[in-house]
Design a protein around this ligand. Structure first.
Ligand code: CP3
Length: 351
């Protein structure tokens, strides 16, 4: 197996810097749009293990990527908790029953992943079989705070008015949501590991919207609890975990001390500074601005080299410890041939 991705996360020597891209299976690929049309819609695609497997493999057929990521969504967990997920075309995710009433919050329970998210477990098993040990498979979940944002707001939000009202007016209710959701995430990620996921990633997309104190209390504390509850090894292999807080540059030392193996960086952060701040405690993943992929290939090559060189400059762990990625998901408007230039540049770079 090409295990450079797992080796980089565990800070073992690699033969090249591994690269994968957040949202690597998605709408910028015409073959993804074709499969989604066959499925009917995005949620049906997530709920069909065979089609989810098909789209997971599509970016790997085009590019020499070093990891596959399960095709699914972070919002499957609140859906399994009974909130009724649906996607309004062009409007993003929505919940039929947003979580705002005290009685509903008291009634919230963590779903059994094998019962209520069995389609995800089937997808993980199917993808592992199809990958045939070419590259490792990443499982994932949303962070409790990020999931709570969608659960309480009832969908995406610009100002997070409802969840922030709860955070300051009824912190006890928000803590109850985060507690139950953390238990759900631990069970969900452990089940993904049991079914074949070889690394896991926590997406904390909205942690960066919090104040310094609130981040520690309402996001990081629960991420820490999850990392402590995860299987550390499975079937004789180590299972590394990655925490990605978008806008989390202020808290890198604290995230690195959470017990995770890798810290995801968005594009606001200078990766050389990040390396100096966290030492070689953890691997780093990121941090190219996804918008670089709109520029001509020569610019993509130059920008990718800036990230690689900055990382190498201050890296104390030797020829390892960096998983190249974007600072957030790839845009649906990315020209697919631009991704090729990026992957090749990263693979041919020498420390
Ligand atoms: O990275 C991958 O290729 C794996 C699949 C994956 C998806 N969503 C597929 C998806 C992963 C890891 C996610 C995570 C996710 N989902 C996050 C965290 C990461 C991030 O982007 O911040 C969040 C916040 C969500 C919730 C979500 N799902 C939103 C806000 C949207 C709509 C926005 C959009 O891009 O349209 C989705 C839909 C979604 N999830 C799509 C994909 C490929 C697009 C749906 C489509 O095909 O129409």
């Amino acid at each position: 197996m090409n295990d450079n991705f797992l080796r980089a996360l565990l800070k073992k020597p690699v033969d090249r810097t591994p690269i994968w891209l957040m949202r690597q299976a998605g709408r910028y690929l015409p073959e993804y749009c074709e499969t989604r049309k066959r499925a009917g819609d995005f949620l049906s695609l997530c709920k069909s293990p065979d089609l989810a497997c098909e789209v997971t493999l599509q970016p790997l057929a085009r590019y020499d990527l070093d990891a596959a990521i399960l095709f699914s969504d972070i919002l499957t967990v609140p859906d399994a908790m009974g909130l009724g997920l649906y996607f309004e075309t062009g409007e993003g995710p929505r919940f039929e029953r947003p979580l705002r009433e005290e009685w509903a919050i008291n009634n919230l329970t963590a779903p059994d992943p094998y019962d209520h998210l069995g389609y995800v477990m089937d997808a993980v098993r199917t993808i592992r079989r199809a990958l045939d040990n070419r590259v490792p498979l990443i499982g994932f979940s949303g962070s409790p705070y990020t999931l709570a944002c969608y659960m309480v707001e009832g969908g995406g939000s610009k100002d997070f008015r409802h969840i922030k009202t709860m955070l300051y007016a009824r912190p006890d209710l928000l803590h109850r949501i985060l507690d139950v959701t953390s238990d759900a995430v631990i069970a969900y990620l452990n089940a993904q590991i049991e079914c074949g996921a070889q690394a896991v990633m926590l997406f904390d997309t909205w942690g960066g919207s919090l104040s310094d104190a609130a981040y520690v209390e309402f996001s990081l504390a629960y991420l820490q609890k999850i990392v402590a509850g995860l299987h550390k090894t499975w079937n004789g292999g180590k299972i590394p975990s990655i925490i990605f807080t978008k806008g989390g540059g202020l808290w890198l030392e604290k995230i690195a001390a959470s017990g995770c193996d890798g810290v995801g960086l968005d594009w606001n952060v200078n990766i050389a500074d990040a390396r100096r701040r966290v030492g070689d405690k953890v691997a780093l993943q990121g941090n190219l601005d996804p918008n670089v992929l709109f520029a001509p290939p020569e610019t993509i090559v130059a920008e990718a080299k800036k990230v690689l060189t900055a990382f190498a400059l201050d890296n104390t762990a030797g020829n390892t410890g960096h998983v190249f990625n974007l600072g957030h998901g790839i845009s649906q408007f990315t020209p697919p041939e631009h991704v090729e230039a990026l992957v090749e540049t990263v693979h041919h770079f020498h420390f």
